[in-house]
Design a protein around this ligand. Structure first.
Ligand SMILES: [Ca+2]
Ligand SMILES: [Ca+2]
Ligand SMILES: [Ca+2]
Ligand SMILES: [Zn+2]
Length: 392
């Protein structure tokens, strides 16, 4: 029963495939494309309907600096994603996975590094055991260097530690060192800039490697502050990232801290975009207005420029900011933790530590006790928050 079903899908996809290639040009013109900026993490998502059946079948995620983050495709148009590509810049790798026979389990994963391609395939007992059985190591041009048999050791799930684990198991030491070296190179670059105290370049590279928007869309002003144990780094007044230069010695600690503070910068801008109805007023205008309010600057005739930003807008902004501050903290915290877990970044532990759990618990309890109602863009967090288990 199952088999026949699969076969039908396969045949119909073959038919529609050839049909598609005949009609390639007109389809390309009529394909439906929808592009928008995500309210969560400030990436753009472009959805495409490549076969014009009214359902999206391609999802392209890009950072606001126009760098690719992720691509997902439904190649046989059955509503299930079967082909993904993901860029992990901190690890200098692009990872592609495919379910070539549309069975619901992956049968090929390719790790692309600058000088190597590692191809994992499930080709024996196709899908029956959901294990990979071959590893092909190729050079950057795709020329085969070596081929290895994997004896049902590696499940066909996409976890980023998979490749290193496999190379260790197969005792492919040089290959393992090459892969690890790609990650360490990025860390070494961050550590070098940190040692040399090249703060601006350090922040720029950190933003680039962690897929945060560049200064064009989200201006950040770095301010070095006096040593201050309480807040070694904090975002203040919407765009000022205050950093205690004596605190940061390790790339790890720098990365996790900046990852967290950059989420706060995104949150600050997100509230503005949520409230602002005047297209003539930009985020830059608003942050300038806030600076002027704080500094007591009167721009005289130039005040007309800021005429659209009324004191009531500023009050609204502040009230949303305060009402959502616990959600904001929770979001920033969980974001950094999950990103580190998934990408196996060095700067976050594999699991939340006990004190991490306590902190998360404190945020959740504050949100529950105060019955806080966040703005709509935090809706996606609500389920998440109530699903999290609170440690005893
Ligand atoms: Ca479609
Ligand atoms: Ca599919
Ligand atoms: Ca498959
Ligand atoms: Zn925070």
């Amino acid at each position: 029963m199952m088999k026949r079903f699969k076969l039908t899908i396969l045949i119909s996809s073959l038919i529609s495939g050839s049909f598609l290639s005949l009609l390639y040009i007109p389809l390309a013109v009529s394909q439906e494309v929808k592009s928008f900026i995500s309210s969560r993490y400030h990436y753009t998502l472009t959805q495409k309907d490549r076969n014009s059946d009214g359902k999206y079948d391609a999802w392209i995620y890009e950072s606001l600096r126009k760098e690719p983050i992720k691509e997902e495709y439904d190649e046989n148009f059955d509503g299930i994603i079967d082909h993904t590509i993901e860029w992990i810049r901190m690890k200098n790798v692009k990872v592609e996975s495919r379910d070539k026979n549309f069975s619901g389990s992956r049968d090929e994963i390719i790790f692309y590094y600058p000088k190597r391609q590692y191809v994992l395939v499930d080709e024996i007992n196709y899908d029956r055991y959901k294990y990979f059985d071959r590893l092909f190591i190729k050079d950057e041009k795709g020329t085969l260097i070596s081929k290895h048999v994997i004896d049902d050791e590696i499940p066909s799930q996409l976890v980023p530690s998979l490749l290193v684990d496999l190379l260790i198991k197969k005792e492919l030491n040089e290959e393992k060192l090459y892969v690890l070296d790609q990650t360490f190179k990025k860390y070494a670059e961050i550590q070098y800039l940190l040692n040399r105290k090249k703060w601006d370049l350090l922040l720029e590279k950190t933003r680039e490697y962690l897929d945060f928007p560049s200064n064009d869309t989200l201006p950040i002003v770095l301010k070095l502050i006096e040593p201050n144990e309480k807040t070694p780094a904090a975002l203040r007044r919407l765009k000022y990232l205050r950093v205690d230069p004596t605190f940061f010695k390790d790339a790890d600690i720098w990365l996790s801290r900046i990852d967290h503070e950059m989420i706060h910068a995104i949150q600050a801008q997100r509230i503005f975009n949520f409230l602002n109805t005047d297209p003539k007023v930009s985020w830059n205008d608003f942050t300038q207005y806030v600076d002027d309010q704080i500094n007591g600057v009167n721009r005289g005739i130039l005040d007309k420029l800021f005429g659209s930003i009324s004191p009531s807008f500023f009050e609204n902004y502040l009230s949303v900011l305060y009402a959502s501050s616990y959600y904001a903290e929770y979001e920033a915290y969980v974001h950094t933790l999950r990103r580190g877990e998934y990408h196996q970044l060095l700067y976050v532990p594999n699991r939340a530590t006990y004190s991490d759990q306590l902190l998360i618990q404190a945020y959740i309890e504050t949100i529950r006790e105060n019955n806080l109602t966040p703005p709509a863009f935090f809706d996606y967090l609500t389920d998440d928050i109530f699903q999290i288990k609170i440690p005893n």
